[in-house]
Design a protein around this ligand. Structure first.
Ligand SMILES: Nc1nc2c(ncn2[C@@H]2O[C@H](COP(=O)(O)OP(=O)(O)OP(=O)(O)O)[C@@H](O)[C@H]2O)c(=O)[nH]1
Ligand SMILES: [Mg+2]
Length: 460
């Protein structure tokens, strides 16, 4: 299909060495001809071969040189969008880039909407929907691991799994439909046992993929790790040390942190979303009170809690209350300030928590920080989280399509058990198929018809 020609600044809107203006559509090379002049000769850019780079100037309609650039030409269909693409590599100044973009727009392009280049790549069939979404995820990746997950999705890892599931469902539908529509061909009917077995296998595979979302989400967003404790124990200091940046305000006044601070970090291969919270205590201060409530809320749905206790002060009731309330949670108890004289002993804490979850450290001298990082790593590698080489879905839309497919597949299973007629079963099976197709964004009908006839060679 032919669309209008779109253009946008493709690089970040900040001063940089190089900035790229991207133009895609039928007229992009004509537009380039209007604004580009070769440095050393008078050739016509329209004669350029695909995938070539050209050195020259961008000039306005009065012939003024705006910037010295490298211009690349990628002709349809071998480009990102499958359309003619011109990319102008300009000097990255904001004013220059905007000037060039304006010139491109005046010369016949329209300003692209967000994601429109990738949308065209999808509409023109170069990427499926899950791959197009992966492009966006890659751009927004906060860690190497998240980047790997989206790269594998872009390469089609999710699409391959989906395809395998789709193939199995469609074979069943094809078989059922053919036996309904072409009784004269005497197609062997599927036995209920066979059908049930096939459906159960599909359910397991869909479930597996759907459940990979939790790990996928962890990779994308990090394991929610809340640093908690009463005021002034060193929570904010710990956050700053772990992320190696003076991000949170640290003072010796209890109640310094009022709001929740969130930082993403990558610890020994494990992505963490670290949260520094307000120290928990009873207070009349309205602002602090809200902060304390937020701390409690975040502790409520944290996956890991780093409970900090000031070991240079006697254990207080506030510490004990927190220790008790976190008994059944995944918690590391950090006895901080070991550089000072100790008032809290390991034995005391062992009354409330398993001794291998307690760790003395000093944020001030960095004693124990390595052990803390190792402990966090151990906790997650011991557990069921395993981030290696699996296919994860990381997208909520995919998750909900898979869940809907599961509902339909379970309906199929129940219908078989209740010995419903096959055409009813086919309806639910088709629903499941359509939900799965939503993930890759396929055209369902054509796909299905093609499959049915290719499988059975009917109607020749
Ligand atoms: N001696 C010593 N002092 C520390 C250590 N860690 C933190 N502190 C000090 O303890 C005080 C409180 O530290 P913060 O990090 O602000 O404590 P917090 O738990 O975030 O406090 P609130 O935000 O008020 O809840 C500061 O004066 C820090 O310099 C440590 O390991 N040793
Ligand atoms: Mg603080």
């Amino acid at each position: 299909m032919i669309y209008d020609t779109i253009a946008a600044i493709a690089t970040a809107m900040s001063p940089a060495g190089i900035g790229i203006i991207r133009i895609s559509g039928e007229n992009s090379i004509e537009i380039a001809e209007k604004i580009f002049k070769y440095k050393n000769h008078n050739k016509d850019i329209r004669d350029a071969k695909s995938h070539t780079l050209h050195y020259g100037y961008i000039v306005d309609n009065e012939g003024n040189e705006i910037d010295e650039v490298l211009l690349s030409v990628m002709k349809a269909p071998n480009s990102y969008t499958t359309e003619n693409i011109v990319e102008i590599n300009a000097h990255g100044g904001l004013i220059v880039m905007q000037k060039i973009l304006r010139l491109v727009l005046v010369s016949g392009a329209r300003l692209a909407e967000p994601g429109e280049f990738t949308k065209r790549a999808f509409i023109n069939g170069r990427l499926d929907l899950s791959q197009a979404e992966a492009v966006n995820d890659m751009i927004n990746s906060k860690s190497e691991m998240a980047l790997e997950a989206s790269l594998s999705q872009l390469k089609g890892a999710v699409a391959d799994k989906i395809q395998a599931i789709k193939d199995t469902i469609i074979q069943l539908i094809a078989h059922i439909e053919a036996s309904i529509d072409y009784p004269e061909y005497d197609i062997e009917e599927l036995s209920d046992e066979h059908l049930e077995k096939e459906i159960s296998t599909i359910i397991i595979r869909v479930k597996e993929l759907s459940e990979s979302y939790d790990d996928g989400k962890r990779i994308k967003e990090g394991i929610k790790t809340v640093i908690a404790g009463k005021p002034n124990v060193g929570k904010s200091s710990l956050l700053n040390t772990l992320i190696k940046e003076q991000r949170a305000i640290v003072t010796d006044i209890p109640g310094t942190t009022r709001d929740v601070l969130e930082e993403y970090m990558y610890m020994h291969g494990i992505p963490l979303k670290l949260m520094d919270t307000a120290g928990i205590r009873d207070t009349e201060d309205i602002v602090e009170k809200i902060g304390v409530q937020r701390s409690r809320d975040h502790i409520g749905d944290a996956e890991l809690i780093l409970l900090v206790i000031d070991a240079s002060l006697p254990l207080s009731q506030e510490d004990i209350d927190l220790l008790i309330s976190l008994r059944d949670r995944k918690t590391i108890i950090i006895l901080n300030k070991t550089d000072l004289e100790q008032q809290v002993s390991l034995e005391q804490i062992s009354e409330y928590a398993a001794s291998d979850s307690i760790l003395p450290i000093s944020v001030k001298t960095m004693d124990g920080i390595n052990q803390l990082e190792l402990k966090i790593k151990q906790m997650f590698l011991k557990g069921k989280i395993n981030f290696n080489n699996q296919v994860y879905i990381t997208n909520t839309r995919h998750k909900s399509s898979l869940e809907n497919a599961l509902i339909s597949l379970n309906n199929v299973k129940n219908a078989i058990e209740a010995s419903f007629p096959v055409d009813l079963i086919a309806i639910d099976l088709t629903n499941a198929y359509n939900y799965i197709c939503e993930i890759t964004g396929d055209n369902v009908k054509e796909d299905m018809i093609k499959q049915i006839f290719s499988q059975f060679c009917l109607g020749k």
